[in-house]
Ligand binder design. Structure first.
Ligand SMILES: [Zn+2]
Length: 412
């Protein structure tokens, strides 16, 4: 479970109005980190279909989960006799607990809506083309109180119940998985007198483990007691789908028990990336490392794994381009098309937008690696894009998940 301040930074509260002529229109976005591009992409992903009066709809897209509720205020002068609004509560990068808890916000959202309905400011706001929240203190206080009350709901339920950084449900699943893993190594007999590596291969390919998904050992060094494991078609991600958070804590615990037994010392297993986090991620990656190491050593190993993964994904991007387009043809393409292809094919880029002007072309790129320290992948990204596209671009990393990649059009 996240710290209070961190949770606050990840929450947005949005209020929309349904204009009779213009359709849904964003009135306000209450967010600690204000960024017009993030607001714009959030507005884009909002689902205005399937709305029912005063009934919350929970949805997950990429690394965002949100709950929306539709409501009307009677207005005799409006067409249809009502003004219609939508209130949305959004969390970036939710934990499983946060994802599940957002469903229980319905009551809190209803309360806020019953307050909003009574505010005369609501009729004034909709007459402005670009209303400023500070000018409407009653609405501002009401929307901000939703954020504060929601933080309290999250904190009351889960905060402080468990030590460590994982959310409560993941911790419980991890513990159950660990017990299951202990049972598996106790009961399973594998007739293999060979090396630790071949024994482990045989173990992960046994039916008792493959029912949880297809496990592959990408890298295993029994001497160093480190391994990288991939899992595709995880039973957890297959059944839960993309819910913007890691879901394989059970497997994590199970692998931890199994590898502790194989390596004959307590090791730790960490799911670095999960197919439930993003729609374009196809497999989950687990890292095995000695448990006795200090937090710094463990963090260093995690960084190394992410780095390796990033390098592989960059190579994969070019392989995909070569097989889909052909290398020679790719380099004959217009620079803009070349960059679009690069961003489309890169497994770690979840979305990109183009802003074109006379002087320059600017790409706003949403990348999976934004959450890691700059030196892990980001510092070399400009170089990677230049080398891969063979085109001089400039890259600026913004403070919040979006990178700006520009090139001057006159330099062509
Ligand atoms: Zn997973």
């Amino acid at each position: 479970m996240a710290e209070r301040a961190d949770l606050r930074n990840r929450i947005n509260v949005m209020l929309f109005h349904f204009d009779q002529r213009l359709g849904p229109r964003l009135l306000f976005n209450v967010a600690e980190i204000q960024d017009t591009r993030i607001t714009a992409s959030l507005t884009r992903l909002m689902d205005f279909n399937f709305l029912e009066e005063m009934k919350a709809i929970v949805n997950a897209m990429a690394n965002v989960v949100y709950s929306s509720m539709f409501f009307s205020i009677p207005n005799p002068t409006a067409r249809g006799g009502v003004e219609q609004f939508m209130l949305s509560f959004i969390i970036f990068d939710p934990t499983i607990t946060e994802y599940l808890t957002i469903s229980s916000l319905e009551e809190e959202m209803s309360k806020i809506i019953s307050n909003l309905i009574l505010l005369s400011e609501m009729f004034i706001i909709i007459t402005y083309s670009n209303p400023v929240l500070e000018d409407f203190p009653e609405v501002e206080n009401t929307l901000k109180s939703l954020r504060d009350n929601a933080i309290n709901v999250f904190q009351d339920i889960f905060y402080g119940q468990f030590e460590g950084t994982k959310d409560a449900i993941s911790q419980i699943l991890g513990k159950i998985g660990f017990e299951a893993g202990k049972q598996i190594v106790q009961e399973l007999r594998i007739d293999d007198e060979g090396s630790v590596k071949s024994y482990t291969e045989a173990l992960v390919n046994s039916p008792i483990l493959t029912r949880w998904g297809n496990i592959n050992i990408l890298h295993f060094d029994p001497g160093e007691k480190v391994a990288t494991i991939s899992l595709d078609r995880s039973i957890w991600t297959e059944s839960l789908g993309v819910i913007a958070t890691k879901t394989c804590a059970f497997i994590e615990g199970m692998l931890e028990a199994i590898f502790s037994k194989i390596l004959d010392e307590p090791i730790i297993c960490d799911e670095m990336r999960c197919a439930s986090e993003y729609s374009y991620v196809k497999d989950c990656i687990f890292q095995i490392a000695p448990g006795g190491g200090s937090r710094e050593i463990i963090a260093y190993r995690e960084d190394q794994t992410i780095k390796e993964m990033g390098v592989q994904e960059r190579e994969k991007t070019m392989e995909l381009i070569t097989s889909a387009i052909g290398e020679q043809f790719y380099y004959e393409l217009d620079p803009m098309i070349r960059l679009i292809q690069l961003f489309n094919k890169a497994p770690f880029i979840s979305d990109h937008f183009i802003q074109e002007s006379e002087e320059e072309v600017k790409f706003l790129v949403v990348c999976n690696y934004w959450r890691y320290p700059n030196e892990i992948m980001c510092n070399s990204c400009e170089k990677w894009i230049r080398n891969s596209s063979k085109f001089p671009v400039k890259l600026v990393k913004s403070k919040h998940r979006i990178c700006e990649i520009t090139y001057e059009t006159e330099s062509q």
